[in-house]
Ligand binder design. Structure first.
Ligand SMILES: [Zn+2]
Length: 315
């Protein structure tokens, strides 16, 4: 990967703000099939995420130290604050969903975290009294155990926590055994951190086939992709993403794709979506609520209380 590593700290901050106003400073800069620019603006570094995706991140290297991770609530076993609902029907394992069904709802989704921007995004959602769904990986931008307090904060705030595989591979390229490992390794982390196993998952790249869905069904998962791609992962500017939402009709029943692992999304697009939903009188809810499922029974299988961090909480 090519790297641009110039810029003083103040220069980087200024450039981050200036570049953000003009273009996608946090855009894609590499990955399989990528034909766009492979360098970043000054102050940003093209950082490998997976074989499919490299992203421009502020600074000279992706943060890896746990010392920069925001502190969250201490370990807790309290129940989600989402108001439980007993009505509705739980969708069966093996289901593949793309859009909401309950009129007047929108299920905003954020993928690829937890990462350093996730905690503040949750704060923004909580301050507005709205819910979202987070599709988390075990180890992609960060290690899920290093962000355990952020995972707990999302769950305890009533946001839906769901699976996005351990390391974000295209599941259609894997054997059933490897698909199983991708999900069960992440389940182990969720059980330790939250004391639940999520019932919903999103396949990386939205990629599924009959064999993948069969394996996921056997593992007890319901799968969801999206019916609106904000394009944040593909270098869309804030304005370009906003335009996609602004042209929608009055009740689009969307499950839009965003990425909390991207700074621009966590700090700008995500908070803007709260305003957008309110302006359209759409109720911003979890995935299960927008599908009319009972909450939280359709979201999670309870496996016990949250654990206490020990030497096994490592990626
Ligand atoms: Zn993803």
């Amino acid at each position: 990967m090519k790297q641009i590593t110039s810029g003083l700290v103040f220069g980087s901050l200024f450039l981050a703000l200036a570049a953000n106003a003009q273009q996608a400073a946090w855009g894609q800069c590499g990955g399989q099939g990528w034909t766009g620019a492979t360098t970043c603006v000054s102050g940003y570094t093209c950082t490998y995420s997976s074989n499919w995706y490299s992203q421009c991140l502020p600074g000279t290297a992706a943060p890896t130290s746990s010392s920069s991770i925001p502190s969250g609530p201490t370990n807790t076993t309290s129940a989600p604050t989402t108001t439980p609902t007993s009505g509705g029907t739980e969708l069966p394992a093996g289901t593949l969903v793309t859009g909401c069904t309950v009129p007047g709802t929108v299920a905003i989704t954020f993928d690829d975290g937890p990462y350093q921007w996730t905690s503040a995004l949750i704060d923004s959602l909580n301050a507005a009294g709205v819910k979202a769904t987070f599709f988390m990986c075990g180890k992609l931008y960060g290690c899920i155990y290093d962000y355990a307090s952020v995972v707990q904060k999302a769950y305890n705030s009533g946001h839906q926590v769901a699976a996005h595989t351990w390391s974000h591979p295209d599941l259609t390229t894997l054997s059933a055994a490897d698909v199983t490992t991708q999900l069960t390794r992440l389940e182990t982390a969720f059980k330790k951190i939250l004391g639940v196993k999520p019932k919903w998952m999103r396949p990386p790249y939205g990629a599924t086939n009959a064999a993948t869905l069969s394996t996921l069904k056997g593992l007890g998962y319901k799968a969801v992709t999206w019916n609106l791609d904000s394009g944040d992962w593909n270098g869309n500017s804030l304005a370009q993403s906003q335009a996609l939402f602004n042209k929608l009709g009055s009740d689009p029943k969307i499950i839009p794709l965003e990425h909390d692992a991207l700074q621009g999304t966590a700090q700008q697009l995500g908070p803007w979506l709260i305003t957008w939903a309110k302006s359209k009188n759409l109720k911003m809810v979890t995935l299960s609520e927008c599908l009319g499922e009972p909450i939280p029974s359709a979201q999670y299988t309870v496996t016990g209380g949250a654990g206490t961090k020990d030497s096994t909480w490592v990626c």
